[in-house]
Design a protein around this ligand. Sequence first.
Ligand SMILES: [Zn+2]
Length: 417
Amino acid sequence: MSILIKNIILDGEKKDILIEGNKIKKIGKNLDSKAKEKIDGKGENAVLPGLINCHTHAAMTLFRGYGDDLLLKEWLEKKIWPLEAKLTEDDIYWGTKLACLEMIKTGTTFFNDMYWHPKAAIEAVKEIGLRAMIGLVLIDFDSKGSKENVEKLYKRLDAKNLEPISLSIAPHSIYAVSRKNLIWAKNFARKYNLPLHIHISETKKEVKDCLKKYDLRPVEYLEKISFLGEDCILAHSVWLNDKEIKILAKRKCSVVYNPTSNLKLAVGNIFPYKKFKENKVNVCLGTDGPASNNSLDMFLEMKIASLLQKHKEKNPTILPAKEVIKIATKNGAKALKVNIGEIKEGKLADLILIDLNQICFKPGHNFISDIVYSTTGNCVSDVICNGKILMRERKVKGEREIIKKATQRAKELVKRY
Ligand SMILES: [Zn+2]
């Protein structure tokens, strides 16, 4: 399969891009090729790397708008957990498909997931053609999340043959997974060379409880059990002190900023971006699940990410547009260790085309500013992932069926409760 994209705006200049197989083969002017597929940008489309959502729970699309504006404890105990207990493989399959459809429509080509029934999620992602890292969830209070089950799943899933999908080990958090099981998770992950994906320091209570139990703050506790390393992706990372940030820098961990979820769940603190940057910690961006966001649109997330830091630091020069695009692309690729995140020859072909005719790009003084502050994911016209066209002129194969089936599953799920 080869694709030739003609007359596309790349870094302010009109260029052609040739994709062969799953890679960007050549970028230049007036490229000629016998490519099977041709897309003409006519100088009216720009290209960006596909956005990378570094922390989500995709199938929670089924819970979108179900129980908003509640206290976290009430929301989890009365709304989310009872419903999650009733989830079937089929629910996960359609919920994940709906999430994938939303991500494609809003320009995300890679997501880092953590949720139940990974086999069904993988099937959905595979059929739709996105790139994803699917976490095998470890949790103490559900047999689906036992270490025996994670090990069984890992062996059954045949990780080497899932490309472009990969697996991670995902112990939910330090409060939902025992010390013994966290140690098991990091040993298992390192034995099989799998990344570790965990929630950390999302609330003040988590820090308080950890101090009470171990006389250590959450990051100090993870450091003590030798959990931290370059293979760690730490979602939230909101309630951290300077010492913890220095530990994460030393261990070369990646942290995921989830601004909308943090605001909506009122976690009471703002992600310490400036300190992470000063300490050269790799910062990525994520939406968190669609029950606590409620959108998977990374364009919205970029805008909120930047505005919230400006507000926190009382400084409008913090996290400028160019930098926020980098955390949503290149930094995500670094965390997930995949050759994506930039439009360059030799990179894997994950890219999105932007419709510059939309009002939000007019008059067009600064494309990068418009991307972060003015538009939404609706500006994406075409999506290519791993060298395959997933959306052409905003049309995705099978989208009507996905919307219909996922809506049906969500309505039936609520009735089961
Ligand atoms: Zn989460």
